[in-house]
Design a binder for this molecule. Structure first.
Ligand SMILES: NC(=O)c1ccc[n+]([C@@H]2O[C@H](COP(=O)([O-])OP(=O)(O)OC[C@H]3O[C@@H](n4cnc5c(N)ncnc54)[C@H](OP(=O)(O)O)[C@@H]3O)[C@@H](O)[C@H]2O)c1
Length: 337
């Protein structure tokens, strides 16, 4: 058991859900520290039956801390993670900063739980759009070997944190009032709009968010030959990323086989009855921990392809739930050691 745990980024969109999950899942700890920036120092946050004051993220904050769960911007994680490791803590980090570091395992517990054992103090949790996709791809990969994935995402504004949702609310209000409004968090007004750019321009016309889906998928599934062609789109939905996925496998799968593989996989709920208008939608997945899959069908444009629709709460399985599951794995592994 970890006696003292710290949540870094406790006031953020993901941090708030981590707190809920610590209570709901009865994560074992004796003392919890909440850390954030100077802006939030002294803010009181209710966690179960306790009220805890937010403290400043600084090197001395990690004295006596055994486990850190962190959801801060990349540049913050780049600095503080080493402070925590130097103080003897294990860090489960949600930012992108450490994910592709060869010494840092990138873990989705349903997919590559064994990777968690090979850490040197830092364990990374993937990008939200990657996490839900690899949970869905993993059973297909195990059964038939994934060769190529074409994915378009429809990503919620909360993927950009608390500021993203504030901007959606503001943009809707101002749009309905007929007011122009310069965007801050997003590149364009988000109300009644779709923005086909998430992150910065990275390479060959792809964005940083899209390249995360390419590299992180290969690292988690342990196969650098998997080809991924992503298009990431920001949509005016507050919670829940959706993805249209076409996957080609080495061995052909029927839609029925793929459905059975999804049904048998940990962390996946199949909702798939087109005639009855049943398929996963962000409104229904908000607040749930699973990855939801539907519209499962054979690729009518070529052999060896399965097309499906995948939705998950980006703040939960895409972030907080995955981090807590990693921490639970650490607790279980320590108990079995
Ligand atoms: N949102 C998602 O769906 C999602 C999914 C997967 C991964 N992630 C990753 O998780 C991380 C956090 O995302 P979020 O959506 O929760 O963002 P957010 O709502 O903007 O929250 C950011 C958190 O980081 C803290 N922070 C910012 N600058 C800091 C500093 N200099 N020192 C200490 N704390 C600082 C903030 O504290 P203050 O309140 O004091 O500013 C806040 O608690 C990001 O790296 C993001 O890429 C997010």
């Amino acid at each position: 058991m970890y006696e003292t745990i710290a949540l870094v980024g406790a006031t953020g969109a993901v941090g708030r859900i981590v707190l809920d999950q610590l209570v709901q899942r009865q994560f074992p700890y004796k003392r919890l520290k909440l850390l954030a920036s100077q802006r939030s120092v002294g803010t009181e946050i209710r966690v179960g039956d306790e009220t805890i004051k937010v403290e400043l993220l600084e090197p001395s904050a990690f004295k006596g801390v055994d486990l850190v769960i962190a959801s801060t911007p990349d540049e913050v994680s780049a600095e503080f993670a080493q402070w925590a490791v130097d103080a003897g803590a294990v860090v489960v980090d949600e930012s992108a900063y450490w994910r592709m570091d060869p010494s840092v395992p990138l873990v989705v517990p349903e997919v590559n739980p064994e990777a968690v054992k090979h850490h040197s103090g830092i364990i990374a949790s993937p990008n939200c759009s990657t996490t839900q996709m690899v949970v869905a791809l993993a059973p297909l990969h195990k059964a038939a070997v994934v060769k190529r994935v074409v994915v378009s995402t429809y990503q919620a504004t909360s993927g950009a944190g608390i500021a993203g949702n504030e901007e959606l609310r503001d943009s809707v209000r101002r749009s309905l009032a007929g007011q122009t409004h310069p965007p801050k968090t997003f590149a364009h007004p988000i109300a009644f709009n779709l923005i086909p750019q998430i992150g910065s321009e990275k390479q060959d016309g792809y964005t940083s968010e899209e390249m995360k889906m390419v590299y992180e998928t290969r690292k988690i599934l342990g196969d650098d030959s998997i080809q991924v062609c992503p298009t990431c789109v920001r949509v005016p939905v507050m919670i829940g990323h959706s993805e249209s996925i076409l996957v080609e496998t080495e061995r052909p799968l029927t839609a029925m086989e793929a459905t059975e593989l999804f049904r048998g996989a940990e962390g996946i709920t199949v909702v798939d009855d087109l005639a009855a208008k049943q398929y996963p939608m962000p409104r229904d997945c908000d607040g749930k921990d699973d990855v939801f899959v539907g519209r499962i069908r054979h690729d009518i444009s070529g052999p060896n392809g399965i097309a499906f629709w995948c939705v998950s709460d980006n703040l939960r399985k895409g972030a907080a739930t995955n981090a807590i599951q990693i921490a639970e794995l650490l607790v279980r592994n320590a108990a079995n050691a």
